[in-house]
Design a protein around this ligand. Structure first.
Ligand SMILES: NC(=O)c1ccc[n+]([C@@H]2O[C@H](COP(=O)([O-])OP(=O)(O)OC[C@H]3O[C@@H](n4cnc5c(N)ncnc54)[C@H](OP(=O)(O)O)[C@@H]3O)[C@@H](O)[C@H]2O)c1
Length: 332
């Protein structure tokens, strides 16, 4: 495993981190969830990402139990707040009340006294940013979180939060956006702003939810047990990539991966890690073999010719519009 600084902070994170959205507490049984966390630890992953909302709070509970007994100082545990965790009007968003209640629930489920990074899962247009940042400052000062991050925030939102964080003297160090060969919406605005402010990206869905592994073939039903067959939630989320044009072009990346001596999933993860503003790529997995496959992307250098050849294949299906970074206009 290779390690990088999280933004300009002193915190080191594993280049590849493990996340449990859709999988733990939902798509996969507990045995498989535990086996994947074990595999991640065995290959040197130290950074684990979850959220209060995943599987209706069950994902944090599964991760907490899977990591129980590990040396806490050897782990970086990240969670998030914003999406609804209960039926009430205040069980969501970034109000002071919800932040204070949600961090306590997350710590209880994760069986830890603190998280290393506490992230605003989206921007909350119904709460003054000052209120949110002051609540985060209190969470940090109480020792319940060491660093603060955001997720899917626009460049202008990151800049304003960073200004407030400086005033409050708390470390806002990261953004967690979707980023892959197919989804590059952060490149024109979020990345330059983050570089200027010393904020690192912890990127999600680097394999485009499994699509960039090349296992989904155009015109054919998805493989049994894959995310595209998970009617509970996965199939809906992955559907944006499940069309013949995308799947056909992705198949054309296969010879490029072979020439580079990489599996398709390794090529996808290595690709996001070529961006120096990326601190870590969060991969998901339903089986330990996937963790073993993906982790080999750490430390891989892709040459300029290969990057150009990739662009030529997928250019028409790449999403680049910075306006695609958006949070709900109203609290969900
Ligand atoms: N901040 C946010 O808003 C946000 C949103 C989404 C995700 N995230 C974070 O990012 C993490 C990763 O997201 P993701 O799970 O979508 O990432 P991903 O790594 O792009 O996709 C993971 C899925 O792809 C399949 N897969 C992984 N490795 C494979 C391999 N080597 N060969 C074939 N298939 C493979 C597996 O699904 P199957 O086996 O089921 O096909 C796996 O669950 C999440 O767990 C979460 O922590 C954050």
């Amino acid at each position: 495993m290779e390690f990088r600084h999280l933004g300009r902070s002193g915190l080191m994170v594993s280049e590849i981190s493990y996340g449990n959205w859709i999988t733990h507490g939902s798509q996969v049984e507990e045995d498989a969830a535990f086996a994947c966390v074990r595999a991640a630890l065995d290959v040197g992953i130290t950074t684990f990402d979850t959220a209060d909302v995943y599987a209706g709070t069950r994902a944090e509970d599964v991760l907490g139990r899977a990591l129980e007994g590990e040396r806490r100082e050897g782990l970086e545990i990240f969670t998030k707040v914003y999406w609804p965790t209960g039926p009430g009007r205040n069980d969501r968003g970034l109000s002071r009340k919800h932040i204070m209640e949600s961090i306590n629930g997350s710590l209880r489920r994760l069986r830890t006294d603190y998280v290393d990074l506490y992230q605003a899962h989206r921007y909350d247009h119904s709460t003054p940013l000052e209120e949110t940042m002051e609540a985060f400052a209190d969470v940090v000062r109480s020792g319940k979180a060491l660093y603060i991050g955001v997720s899917e925030w626009r460049a202008s939102e990151i800049r304003e939060a960073h200004r407030l964080a400086r005033e409050l003297r708390i470390p806002l160090v990261s953004n967690q956006p979707q980023y892959s060969m197919l989804w590059r919406v952060i490149e024109s605005e979020v990345v330059p702003t983050s570089e200027e402010l010393g904020i690192g990206q912890i990127v999600w869905s680097p394999i485009a939810q499994g699509v960039l592994s090349g296992k989904y073939l155009p015109g054919q039903p998805p493989p049994a047990g894959s995310r595209a067959t998970d009617e509970k939630s996965g199939a809906g989320f992955i559907s944006r990539f499940m069309n013949d044009e995308v799947l056909t072009r992705v198949q054309r990346l296969k010879p490029l991966a072979e020439q580079a001596g990489l599996s398709m999933a390794q090529l996808a993860v290595a690709w996001v890690l070529q961006n120096p503003n990326v601190s870590s790529a969060i991969v998901g997995a339903t089986r330990p073999e996937q963790v073993h496959d993906n982790v080999k992307a750490a430390g891989v250098k892709l040459d300029a010719e290969l990057l150009k050849a990739i662009d030529e294949v997928i250019d028409p299906i790449v999403e680049r519009d910075p306006a695609r970074t958006e949070s709900p206009a109203e609290r969900p």
